[in-house]
Design a protein around this ligand. Structure first.
Ligand code: ADP
Ligand code: ADP
Length: 218
């Protein structure tokens, strides 16, 4: 069964803009799908629908995964909470007991190499480190489906290369299904198992290409 399945999906906003038209897209468990295309072609709309932040106008959308997490370009961390506190908040909101959510948050921070910075506050961390905290927060609940809206778009190139390697490793380790937007074709090919190319006016899928030399997934 697909982790995520769009069938004939259209999205028309109140303004009359048709952001998506007749989109068919299926993401199988263990697949990591990159979405590329020019600004305004409907990439964010596609992701917002997948995340449940917005509703389809027409067609059907099925999300088999019961846990979905979303990583934005600008990691919105709570400034008054430590790195550990930010990651543990996910468990707190789900009613997980303090001891367990703290232990899980510590594990997630270890996964992204931030054990030594667990007690640091966001302002004390670099942009790359904040992005790592955001990744730890996204993965702490062990999502079956992870959505990324240009996660590394705001990072400098060296940090971005490090984070791409990091995400690649996490993806192989955890095996979640993923859908991510990127403006970088090389990032799409490096990280994904499939690249979906969109065009605009109205937004639709123009090509759906398997990456021939994708890294093997567990
Ligand atoms: P992309 O992420 O590829 O840049 P978007 O999904 O943000 O594209 O936007 C697709 C189209 O839908 C654009 O024409 C955009 O202006 C329009 N759009 C996006 N969100 C809204 C909204 N909330 N209300 C009206 N129009 C929107
Ligand atoms: P990007 O191109 O990086 O995806 P956008 O500027 O298209 O970013 O969109 C940023 C936010 O503004 C999104 O949440 C989108 O839904 C919203 N948005 C985009 N276009 C419009 C619009 N024409 N009217 C209302 N909201 C919009």
């Amino acid at each position: 069964r697909a982790a995520l399945e769009f069938t004939g999906v259209s999205k028309v906003f109140d303004t009359g803009t048709t952001a998506l038209s007749g989109v068919d897209l299926s993401v199988a468990p263990g697949e990591f799908v990159a979405v590329v295309g020019p600004s305004g072609c409907g990439k964010s709309t596609l992701l917002r629908l997948a995340s449940g932040l917005d509703r389809v106008t027409d067609g059907t959308l099925e999300v088999a995964a019961d846990t979905t997490s979303f990583v934005f370009q600008d990691p919105t961390l709570l400034p008054w909470r430590s790195a550990l506190g930010n990651v543990a908040l996910v468990g707190q909101l789900r009613g997980v007991g303090k001891k367990e959510r703290t232990a899980r948050a510590a594990d997630a921070l270890a996964l992204v190499g931030l054990t030594d910075f667990a007690k640091s506050f966001p302002r004390q961390l670099s942009g790359g480190m904040r992005m790592r905290v955001s990744l730890a927060r996204a993965l702490v609940a062990d999502p079956q489906l992870a959505l990324f809206d240009e996660p590394f778009g705001a990072l400098d190139e060296i940090t971005r290369l490090g984070m791409q390697t990091e995400l690649q490793r996490l993806f192989q380790l955890r095996g979640f299904a993923g859908l991510f937007i990127t403006h970088s074709v090389s990032e799409a090919v490096y990280l994904s198992t499939r690249v979906v190319v969109m065009t605009g006016r109205p937004g639709r899928i123009a090509a759906d290409i398997a990456v021939p030399f994708a890294h093997p997934r567990s």
